[in-house]
Design a protein around this ligand. Structure first.
Ligand SMILES: [Zn+2]
Length: 216
């Protein structure tokens, strides 16, 4: 999981919500659609460097959906609050979602302030460790384990499909690494923290960075 630094919401989204009057209210279910919805979706993708807010796989508009961190069922007042919106893998129109289900569609209406690790928390990365096998595991810090374990379970982050994809990403990142010095490896790790020239992060960069930082 990689930290998502939220930007300001798109102006067109604010303008649309400001149209609210006695006869018309902006509403996620009834009237939130193109073009505003696509504008928000694109803004989220850009903000996240085109990787899923939870698993970190590559996403685009067609292969992702707008996810409510705090579900709109229990937090209806946050349904159109930009600070509560993130982009998760697996498309919106795919009903039921493709198997295996994971991330936002798996999470559904779950949220737990104590037990959910949120990608909007600066230290979210510290809750997990990533062995070279492609698995995701709770960190050794006992104060973080319950939340990490629950989040992995609720979002299905350790399913075979994601393990395999992580392993491929990790293996690619480790190619030729044995020729590098420690300093160069740390520099390489920092590089994965940066957006590339296309404004994208490398898929599964959180796992790659973890492996590089712990490589010796
Ligand atoms: Zn995902």
């Amino acid at each position: 999981m990689k930290y998502i630094k939220k930007n300001h919401e798109p102006k067109k989204f604010s303008d649309w919500k400001a149209l609210e009057n006695d006869d018309w209210k902006p509403n996620w279910d009834d009237n939130f659609q193109k073009p505003e919805k696509s504008i928000v979706h694109d803004s989220l993708l850009q903000e996240q460097g085109y990787i899923c807010c939870y698993c970190g796989m590559r996403i685009a508009r067609a292969t992702s959906h707008i996810e409510h961190l705090k579900p709109r069922t229990t937090y209806p007042n946050l349904a159109l609050d930009y600070t509560n919106l993130i982009a998760s893998c697996q498309g919106e129109s795919e009903e039921p979602p493709p198997v295996p289900v994971h991330c936002g569609h798996q999470k559904k209406y779950w949220y737990d302030k104590q037990l959910m690790v949120s990608p909007l928390e600066v230290n979210c990365t510290d809750f997990f460790k990533y062995p070279a096998s492609g698995e995701i595991k709770p960190t050794d810090d006992p104060t973080k384990q319950a939340a990490a374990e629950t989040t992995i379970e609720k979002l299905a982050l350790n399913i075979n499909k994601l393990q395999n994809m992580r392993k491929v990403a990790i293996d690619a990142a480790l190619l030729g690494i044995e020729d590098l010095t420690d300093a160069e490896i740390q520099q390489l790790a920092e590089g994965y923290n940066q957006l590339d020239s296309n404004g994208q992060y490398t898929p599964f960069c959180a796992a790659i960075i973890y492996i590089l930082k712990n490589y010796f």
